[in-house]
Design a protein around this ligand. Structure first.
Ligand SMILES: Cc1ncc(COP(=O)(O)O)c(C=O)c1O
Length: 465
């Protein structure tokens, strides 16, 4: 624990003792060596209980895309508190209807398909709603998803999530997905090089349907699988950006075998990649889209699915098909509606594309000095830095852990005063910094982020040498 924090704030130590005794440790808090207690947040920054400022490059895993304490979004919450803060979801309220309308119209504008929106609370629950819609339509239970994919921790969602770790203690309630290699070109699962591979991974997927003996279809090519759950840019898997022609190739095969495409945009949606939905970057139409996190800028959780009209109209998805008490809670819909209004009124596409390009260019310049930064890539403000040994390839998890903890210790000194840096770790080998800064991050804050990152890296390298 941080001794200075305890000295300045005597409550700190007492709270940690209570936490150790009464809080379950089953979540992810105790991943970090040092438990940091935050007190305040603003814009791109968190402040701990001794007032140290932390530049946040994680933004609650992309849930707080529009910055901490966004006055416009927060005001919508406060207004709704005074008017209609609670309402059972079996009754209607205006914000829910307008929110669904705006989301459905936006989907129609970007994907050219009419559809409807259904709300839930958390991301994993929405993933399961999407799966229900798929199963009703296709009458098929098995699904494809990607190696390295992450779709949440409920029983259903864990069976779509590739890591065995998430199922190991509990098993799963559904057939586990058939996990297909993601186009992770830096570490191609087939050992190919992007420049010469000829989209070998797409060809391999197509080959699965060549004969019934590959276990995915019958002898007429009829698939046993109802859907493929994808992340257009893989999130927890390490912010991996696929080659432009991957998804168009995949979609052709799915269409040929009547397999629905479920696009999980929970982490990458709402302009993280510079587009409203990440899949837009690849010119492919989904059948179902799953949304969460930044829809409410991380407040009053609301998740949602959008599905094509054919899949979700009231005849096929009638009243009571699924329900959750808090699904379209009025505080959440009011906040989400304001967030959607904000996205309509401001040009996030230009902002995120430009700022993302600047951040990426600064990271790539840093990479020239440090061979440990094996891969640097990104789309919009979804950025990845894959930390390696000096050979620039062998995963270096120890360095990532050291840097993450140094950032969290709040002891970086670049620019004078003690500062912290919030870094998120992901990737197949847990050696990737998955960077999701506020979409409002300024150029100056990017410069500060680069300085702090470099200092953390220098200290991390020295520490792990
Ligand atoms: C792509 C993706 N899908 C699903 C989820 C699960 O969402 P939740 O944690 O809200 O259940 C996440 C969470 O990180 C995610 O990134």
């Amino acid at each position: 624990m941080n001794p200075t924090a305890a000295a300045v704030n005597p409550e700190h130590e007492n709270l940690l003792e209570l936490e150790a005794k009464y809080c379950s440790w089953g979540d992810t808090v105790h991943y970090a060596k040092e438990l940091t207690m935050f007190q305040r947040s603003e814009g791109s920054f968190l402040y701990d209980d001794k007032g140290t400022q932390y530049l946040d490059l994680q933004m609650w895993y992309s849930a707080a895309n529009f910055g901490y304490g966004n006055v416009r979004i927060n005001s919508a919450l406060k207004r709704q508190m005074d008017v209609l803060p609670q309402l059972a979801c079996q009754y209607l309220h205006k914000e829910k209807i307008i929110l669904a309308t705006k989301l459905a119209r936006k989907m129609e504008a970007i994907f050219g398909e009419k559809g409807r929106v259904h709300f839930n609370v958390g991301g994993a629950s929405a993933v399961e709603d999407a799966w229900k819609v798929v199963r009703i339509h296709t009458k098929k239970i098995p699904a494809f998803s990607f190696m390295g994919g992450y779709h949440g921790r409920t029983f259903g969602a864990t069976s779509l999530t590739s890591s065995y770790r998430y199922r190991e203690q509990y098993g799963h309630f559904s057939d586990k997905a058939n996990f297909i290699p993601y186009p992770y070109c830096f570490r191609c699962p087939y050992g190919k090089q992007r420049e010469t591979c000829g989209m070998y991974c797409v060809q391999q997927f197509e080959r699965l349907f060549e004969t019934e003996y590959y276990g995915v279809s019958n002898k007429h090519g009829v698939s046993e699988f109802g859907a493929f759950f994808i992340e257009a840019v893989q999130g927890t898997g390490g912010y991996i950006v696929p080659p432009k022609d991957y998804f168009p190739g995949l979609k052709k095969i799915l269409d040929a075998h009547k397999i629905l495409l479920v696009d999980d945009e929970i982490q990458m949606g709402f302009y993280r990649t510079g587009k409203f939905m990440a899949l837009e970057n690849f010119g492919v139409k989904p059948d179902v889209v799953v949304m969460g996190k930044a829809l409410t800028n991380g407040m009053n959780a609301i998740s949602a699915i959008w599905a094509r009209e054919e899949l979700i109209n009231p005849t096929v998805f009638p009243p009571g098909s699924t329900h959750s008490t808090f699904s379209s809670n009025t505080l959440g819909t009011a906040v989400a509606l304001e967030t959607v209004n904000l996205m309509e009124e401001e040009d996030f596409e230009t902002r995120v594309t430009q700022r993302g390009a600047y951040f990426l260019q600064r990271l790539k310049a840093l990479q020239k000095k440090y061979p440990e930064m094996g891969d640097v890539d990104g789309l919009g403000l979804a950025l990845r830095v894959e930390m390696c040994q000096k050979d620039g390839y062998t995963p270096n998890r120890a360095l990532v852990d050291a840097m993450m903890n140094i950032g969290l210790s709040g002891t970086l000194t670049t620019g004078g005063k003690s500062k912290g840096l919030i870094l998120d770790v992901g990737g197949y080998y847990k050696n990737v910094f998955t960077m999701a800064p506020s979409l409002y991050i300024s150029e100056q804050e990017v410069d500060t982020a680069i300085d702090l990152f470099e200092e953390a890296m220098q200290r991390g390298i020295a520490h792990t040498a």
